[in-house]
Design a protein around this ligand. Structure first.
Ligand SMILES: O=C(O)C(=O)C[C@H](O)[C@H](O)COP(=O)(O)O
Length: 201
């Protein structure tokens, strides 16, 4: 899982409810080189959007976010997700991901949560909510303490600071929703934003 994220280290975190719109936006992002997509399960049609994107763009690495119930892991695997992301973690989520052999990125933000995931053998962790949990300066401090842990910070990251995160030695990739805001951005705006990201990563 880590290698795919290294190849395209900015992961758009997308909240879709309309299948057609989700296909149009995913096409732009993938064409521009943002080939790792995290679709949140926060809308009634999120699963249908994921299913359509997976079918239409087999070259993309499509994962599901907002995994907070263990049964969601099997559901998203069955519709073709290749990874699953949670804002936090519980032992039952971790065990279920292991049982079904799903690439799983659980979340942590405090030292104790990070240690708990280390105890479960998880050395690639989502750092959530990055912006409200000390930002890249906190992750920089964690680099010296948790030398073997690699992070995918997500939450509150934007155009202004994503490169600061990517420059850290303990950051493999990061997630963010700033490049797609369907209320305020046109498809053209999304394309420009995606281009500006891929030109520097
Ligand atoms: O729904 C989930 O499980 C999530 O993972 C939350 C997302 O990571 C954040 O919504 C992304 O944060 P923003 O870039 O600040 O929007």
């Amino acid at each position: 899982m880590i290698n795919e994220f290294k190849n395209s280290p900015v992961i758009p975190v997308l909240t879709f409810n309309d299948v057609n719109e989700s296909l149009k936006i995913s096409e732009i992002l993938i064409q521009e080189g943002l080939t790792n997509l995290e679709i949140t399960l926060r809308t009634p049609n999120a699963m249908s959007c994921i299913e359509a994107i997976v079918k239409e763009f087999p070259m993309a690495n499509v994962g599901a976010g907002t995994i907070i119930k263990k049964e969601q892991l099997l559901q998203v695997q069955n519709i073709g997700c290749t990874f699953a992301v949670s804002p936090g973690a519980t032992s039952s989520l971790i065990q279920e991901a292991k049982r079904i052999d799903m690439n799983y990125l659980p979340g942590a933000s405090t030292p104790s949560e990070i240690i708990s995931l280390i105890e479960d053998g998880i050395f690639f962790q989502k750092f959530f909510h990055a912006g409200n949990s000390g930002g890249y300066k906190m992750l920089q401090a964690y680099a010296n303490i948790f030398e073997e842990v690699q992070f995918c910070p997500t939450g509150g990251i934007g155009q202004k600071d994503f490169q600061d995160y990517l420059n850290l030695k303990n950051v493999v990739c990061l997630g963010g929703s700033w490049m797609v805001n369907t209320k305020t951005m046109s498809l053209n705006d999304i394309q420009i934003e995606a281009k500006s990201i891929t030109s520097v990563i």
